[in-house]
Design a protein around this ligand. Structure first.
Ligand code: ARG
Length: 460
């Protein structure tokens, strides 16, 4: 018999190209720690139910400890001939401890083994992400706290709409990230089920104790159906969908940072450490990091589509197609982790330019709605108020000024209901203060929202 663990059945070896095509060790070696964790729980269960002797269990534990140390020290030689992480580790174990190593795979298949490894890895990864999201949310709250009263234009259709505070604007992203964290936490519940014990597809004839293994590995429950357990990857798709949404939210924020940093807006500046210059234009400072976040969103969205497509044609139960789940998952996790971490730091380095924000509010007739509401409060039906203000805006536009710059007499020519108190509602600050209800942009509401937000962050 040759190198392969099943080679007795074969008359010829695979070609070099097929070997490289089918091997996954180059990327799935990343699962090594989780593979060993799973194997140790499996071995201890085999011993508990009387299938594996105490001596063999001991040998397996010793051997695995050595292997883990070697892997951590980058002292483990991975072999393409052994195809994947599972067979590399098992073969090394057998080299070290002999027959005990050969007994480890009793009642188990690589199909339930790999499903277990990915779930262990993903559970760990989600827990990291929850902390990373919390850190970014914290940085948003810090910035929002400093700008509960900073007025900026709120936009619809990218046209100036109504005044909002910069703090309120940032809290919108806090909410998106809050739902993102909830999605990750919810996905984690379905990740956290043990598939081991399903064996290749139908279960096993040994008297295994799956609950014991689940407990050893910190799984909340065991999966219910062996066929489903070895073939299902919907938990991975769910995770990637959650990751895509996080990236999508950060892509939107990135688009805003890029716009705001453009001299046309001039609302903010990013710290130099997130920007690069131009090799030709000496004056340039480009917002590379937000641009790359926007770009990398496409990459993560692509992984989501890749995984959905990977699953759609697979009959039950396990198919080798599933080996293709790992690279998209790993790349999603790495991209998301880096993005979240860099983003928290970047938000802490945002320099806000309140004068530019306020000037933009004054230029866009942002308080036109306030004037209409003022007239309504004096008894005019809203539709009539809307029309009166529209005429006032047209007039101001012709004069190249804001409606707040028109004289009392001029304003009264559009409605006799206008009185001297009108100028209070035409200031950006008056407009902000009037939106004083939960979810509104009034500074007192934003301050209260920040206090509530601090207590809502999931991973602390
Ligand atoms: N490397 C494989 C994967 O990632 C492990 C399972 C292989 N099982 C099999 N019967 N070929 O899915």
């Amino acid at each position: 018999s040759g190198d392969k663990l099943w080679s007795g059945r074969f008359n010829e070896p695979v070609t070099e190209l097929v070997k490289r095509y089918t091997a996954s060790v180059d990327f799935d070696k990343r699962l090594a720690e989780f593979d060993i964790q799973g194997s140790l729980a499996h071995a201890s269960m085999l011993n508990k139910v009387g299938i594996l002797s105490a001596e063999d269990l001991d040998a397996i534990r010793q051997g695995m400890a050595d292997i883990l140390a070697d892997i951590r020290a980058d002292n483990f030689e991975w072999s393409l001939d052994l195809e994947d992480v599972h067979m590399n580790i098992e073969r090394r174990l057998t080299e070290k401890v002999g027959d005990a190593g050969k007994r480890l795979h009793t009642g188990r298949s690589r199909n339930d083994q790999v499903a277990t490894d990915i779930r262990l890895w993903l559970r760990h990864t989600i827990d990291l992400h929850l902390k990373e999201v919390a850190e970014l949310q914290t940085s948003l709250l810090e910035l929002a706290s400093a700008h509960t009263d900073t007025v900026m234009p709120g936009f619809t259709h990218l046209q100036v709409a109504q005044p909002v505070t910069f703090g309120h604007h940032l809290l919108a992203y806090f909410e998106m990230l809050q739902r993102d964290a909830e999605r990750l936490a919810d996905c984690r519940k379905r990740v956290n089920r043990l598939p081991l014990g399903s064996a290749a597809l139908a279960g096993t004839s040994y008297p295994i104790d799956r609950h014991y293994v689940a407990e050893q590995l910190g799984f909340e429950a065991v999966t219910e159906n062996s066929l489903d357990s070895v073939s299902d990857r919907d938990f991975a798709i769910e995770y990637t969908a959650a990751a895509s949404l996080i990236m999508t939210h950060l892509s939107r924020l990135s688009e805003e940072l890029i716009l705001w940093m453009s001299p046309r807006y001039g609302f903010i500046d990013l710290a130099d450490r997130f920007c690069t210059g131009s090799s030709i234009m000496p004056q340039k400072k480009n917002p590379d990091v937000p641009e790359l976040v926007r770009g990398k969103t496409g990459r993560v969205n692509g992984h989501l589509m890749g995984l959905l497509t990977l699953m759609k044609g697979q009959p039950l139960a396990y198919n080798k197609d599933n080996q293709e789940d790992k690279e998209p998952l790993f790349d999603t996790a790495d991209t998301l982790s880096m993005t979240l971490t860099i983003y928290a730091d970047m938000m802490r380095g945002v320099k806000v330019k309140p004068e530019a924000m306020r000037n933009a509010v004054l230029q866009g007739f942002a308080t036109a709605t306030d004037l209409a509401d003022y007239l309504v409060k004096k008894g005019l039906p809203f539709r009539d108020a809307h029309e009166a203000v529209a005429l006032a805006v047209r007039h101001a536009e012709q004069q190249s000024c804001d409606i707040a710059d028109l004289s009392l007499e001029t304003l009264q020519s559009f409605s006799s209901l206008v009185a001297a108190d009108v100028f209070e509602v035409l200031t950006p600050e008056g407009s902000l203060a009037s939106r004083n209800h939960i979810g509104g942009t009034a500074p007192v509401q934003v301050k209260a929202a920040i206090e509530r937000a601090k207590t809502r962050i999931l991973a602390k």
